[in-house]
Write a protein of this length. Structure first.
Length: 465
């Protein structure tokens, strides 16, 4: 007897339906925000009218953890022109709406110069006196870069399969920007390596072949964070595959572990003589942690809600870390401003002693800057990047085809302290061309688009809304 589908069974939501739902939610949130703002204005007006004169004590202040906006400057080099304030840029970025055949995240931002935007006269960051100088006694300095979400969606996998699973052409146009640093980092969102008899896949359970890592290593990425909402997409076996393959290709990494013992350890990388300690957390693994199918998998990924930031910082300091970088995968998807939970965790991480915070998950570029905290009686400024957007994906939700490469230099100062200097960013764009999804530096093609790109595909350079 032929089995018939159960008419009462829940129907699986398509990606198009999901994105329509997300757009509607965003519209609803905007409407609610407008109503709330009007209400606040009305209440404020009433208070000002009724407020007794000459009462300075009536004013109160609310302090949040939002980072100080990074001040822009004219960038020098290939693209020419100036780079707008990041906060302003989030209001003037291009859109690319359409069907999402695969997806799993979004992104957004940028359209200016290929060269890094220097930040003038910003406060310094990082106070920790564990200094082992170079043999010649000179002060140490390391230039670092970081990219956002590295995703292999279904279309990207199909394109790569057609070329024998060679992913190099997806990254070749950005290769020089990845290599132009002492140490380049990125967020690998999804599992890597064949899982049993399952096919490689994009959304909703990301799993790419291990050869996808080859161009990342060949073109200059040194370090990957693995703590994100897709790390349990292939359960504990997928976590083990991912870590094994990341190590096989020579990446340092943090955020996913094969055993509880590994998870309890520390991750420290020495670059230019400076010992960098790394922490990473995710706010969820898409409820896979609650399904109970693979109980071991839950213990292999660190969750931000369960984290002991101060304990983790102390463990890294005790192990010799001089500069600590935290990678939180946090907040809501498809938004360009950090939410209250991101601000809360950013402040907690900074107060725990973290020196640099590099966030991900929103798939759209969010603000960056410095937040001021006092640690052990010393005031310090902590570089905070709420989200760099997607580095590469095949998403078409508005703002998801743009991202940025964060650029900064860590300098040792006399007395053993460190500063974060020359903070800037390189705007990036993902372009579908010649059977591939390619990531490129936006500013390089502002005036002269690459061969094969028509004007309609260059919306990131011409849009004003």
């Amino acid at each position: 007897m032929q089995n018939r589908p159960n008419p009462n069974a829940p129907r699986r939501m398509t990606r198009q339906q999901y994105e329509a739902m997300m757009r509607q939610r965003r519209q609803n949130r905007i409407a609610i925000a407008i109503i709330a703002a009007i209400a606040v204005l009305i209440v404020t007006g009433v208070v000002l009218i009724l407020k007794p004169k000459g009462n300075p004590d009536a004013v109160t202040a609310m302090v949040e953890a939002t980072a100080t906006p990074v001040a822009p400057q004219a960038a020098e080099g290939a693209g020419g022109g100036s780079v707008p304030d990041l906060a302003a840029m989030t209001d003037t970025e291009p859109s690319r709406e359409g069907d999402l055949s695969d997806g799993g995240d979004g992104e957004g931002e940028t359209a200016t110069d290929v060269e890094v935007t220097p930040v003038p006269e910003l406060p310094t960051a990082i106070d920790h006196v564990v200094s082992t100088r170079r043999p010649d006694g000179s002060l140490r300095s390391v230039r670092m870069r970081a990219v956002g979400d590295i995703m292999f969606c279904q279309t990207q996998l199909v394109y790569a399969k057609d070329s024998g699973y060679d992913f190099h052409n997806q990254f070749e146009m950005i290769a020089d920007q990845l290599a132009d640093a002492d140490f380049t980092m990125g967020n690998m969102e999804g599992t890597i390596g064949k899982y049993k008899k399952s096919q490689y896949s994009g959304y909703p359970q990301f799993n790419a072949p291990d050869v996808a890592l080859a161009p990342l290593k060949d073109y200059g990425i040194d370090f990957l964070t693995l703590a994100n909402n897709h790390m349990l997409d292939r359960w504990s076996g997928g976590v083990e595959n991912t870590v094994n393959n990341v190590e096989k290709y020579g990446f340092a990494h943090v955020g996913a572990y094969r055993t509880k013992a590994e998870k309890a350890g520390t991750v420290i990388c020495e670059v230019g003589g400076i010992k960098f300690g790394f922490m990473a957390y995710t706010h969820t693994t898409n409820s896979m942690e609650n399904r109970g199918v693979d109980k071991e998998a839950v213990d292999l990924v660190p969750y931000i809600s369960k984290a002991d930031f101060k304990g983790d910082v102390k463990k890294l300091r005790d192990a010799g870390a001089e500069v600590i970088i935290a990678w939180p995968h946090w907040g809501a998807e498809y938004v360009r401003e950090p939410d209250s939970s991101q601000k809360k965790y950013a402040k907690q991480l900074a107060e725990a002693g973290v020196d640099i915070i590099i966030g991900s998950h929103a798939h759209e570029v969010q603000p960056m800057g410095f937040q001021s905290v006092t640690v052990d009686g010393v005031e310090k400024q902590v570089l905070t990047m709420f989200c760099m957007g997607n580095f590469i994906s095949d998403h078409v939700i508005q703002y998801t085809d743009n991202g940025l490469i964060l650029d900064f230099t860590v300098n040792e100062q006399p007395g053993g302290r460190f500063t974060v200097d020359n903070v800037g960013y390189i705007p990036t764009y993902t372009w579908k061309q010649d059977g591939a999804v390619k990531v490129l530096p936006s500013g390089r093609y502002l005036e002269n688009r690459p061969t094969g790109m028509d004007e309609s595909q260059r919306s990131w350079a011409t849009s004003s809304s």
